[in-house]
Design a protein around this ligand. Structure first.
Ligand code: ATP
Length: 367
């Protein structure tokens, strides 16, 4: 069993808190992503789990063993980084064999293991080539192979595919997900790419400012964000979030008015006052007839099957995604009647940012 338990993990650099009091458990065999913006503490946390960086305080257990202050070689973790250093004077075979050689494996054991891993990663035909002749994707697979040969309890990956081109990245995403499930090894993957996290993770730990914001399966993070940060960070394009005043069942902002679902506020114990209202771009429709809400179209961006429309509303950008064809009649400068879907609204606390109510969630919980 190689679950990871992290308790009140803290790391400061001088006065600056990079990771503050982080606690979470990762189950044996789970594939977990640390997701968050640049500088939020993902790599610092991963490096502490790896033993490359010592915590200021807190505790890390791997497979039930307290490893908090152990050196990396005593933790049995395998790592792969964004810029992997392959030994360019060695062949692919020798690169894969090296971690086993230094651990004293016999030549026969090494040959068998390297061949198995090469077959798994489909790089058998490159084994006797020099590493400088490899494509970016092949080199990355060799780096991943060097992590796999070691039979580590836990795999730690820091943005291992972020510098590959989009097509190769998509391919590697699917491949790594498949590989992780096949090997069943506890894996932590650092990324700032939400698409990567959504498509690969069993659970996502969303981080900001060195703190955990939410730790849940991808769909739950998307459907039921714990707070306004997660709501704004996960989703492309990001959720529209407006400061509103709620009075008599209606959300108001300058140039904005939205009727809230009947009974929604009462059901969630929401009193009149100042809140933040969220609605995703895919949950805003163009109203058939002029209604309470009209906004000025600023830009139309064709995206193939859909268009992304940016409106100016309540002094900020307000985005809408529409199937191509449904919105071709509008030009920048037009006033367009908009209808945020009442069954897909989110309400956040104006001060703490916590999610207070969610129309889709409420409705789903009633069925
Ligand atoms: P990115 O996605 O850009 O890699 P990250 O979320 O992985 O970001 P970290 O590398 O963990 O972020 O860094 C978290 C914060 O800690 C950053 O503000 C960074 O500047 C700071 N930091 C990291 N290492 C050190 C260090 N050795 N000395 C001082 N500050 C550091």
């Amino acid at each position: 069993m190689a679950e990871i338990r992290v308790e009140r993990l803290h790391r400061s650099f001088g006065e600056f808190v990079a990771v503050g009091d982080l606690s979470f458990n990762i189950g044996d065999g789970e594939f977990v992503f640390f997701l968050g913006p640049s500088g939020c503490g993902k790599t610092t946390t991963l490096r502490m789990i790896a033993g490359l960086l010592m915590p200021t305080s807190g505790r890390i257990e791997l497979g039930g063993r307290n490893v908090t202050f152990l050196k990396p070689r005593h933790r049995n973790v395998g790592m792969v980084f964004q810029s992997n250093v392959l030994y360019h004077h060695l062949s692919v075979y020798e690169n894969l064999a090296y971690p086993l050689k230094v651990r004293g494996w016999s030549a026969t054991e090494i040959r068998r293991k390297v061949q198995d891993v090469a077959a798994l990663l489909q790089i058998t035909d490159t084994l006797h080539r020099g590493t400088e002749s490899l494509s970016g994707g092949q080199a990355q697979r060799v780096a991943i192979g060097r992590m796999l040969v070691r039979d580590a309890d836990v795999f730690l990956m820091d943005e291992p595919i972020s510098h590959l081109d989009a097509k190769l990245r998509a391919h590697m995403r699917a491949e790594l997900r498949h590989l992780q499930k096949e090997l069943g090894r506890t894996t932590v993957f650092v990324s700032h790419d939400q698409l990567e996290a959504m498509s690969m993770a069993d659970r996502i730990a969303v981080m900001n400012d060195g703190a955990l914001q939410q730790f849940a399966p991808p769909q739950e993070v998307f459907d039921r964000p714990a707070n306004v940060f997660v709501a704004g960070f996960v989703g492309e394009p990001q959720m529209n979030i407006l400061d509103v005043d709620i009075r008599e069942g209606v959300a108001h902002a300058p140039g904005f008015r939205c009727d809230l679902p009947p009974g929604w506020l009462a059901r969630n114990g929401i009193a009149p006052g100042a809140y933040r209202l969220g609605v995703r771009p895919e949950h805003v429709e163009i109203a058939e007839a002029p209604g309470h809400l009209a906004a000025r179209l600023e830009v139309t961006e064709p995206m193939g099957a859909e268009n992304l429309l940016t409106f100016s509303l309540a002094g900020q950008d307000f985005k809408l995604r529409q199937p191509t064809g449904l919105c071709d009649r509008f030009r920048p400068g037009d006033m367009v009647p908009l209808l945020p879907r009442p069954d897909h609204l989110y309400l956040f606390d104006r001060v703490s940012g916590c999610t207070l109510a969610q129309a889709a969630f409420t409705d789903r919980s009633r069925t």
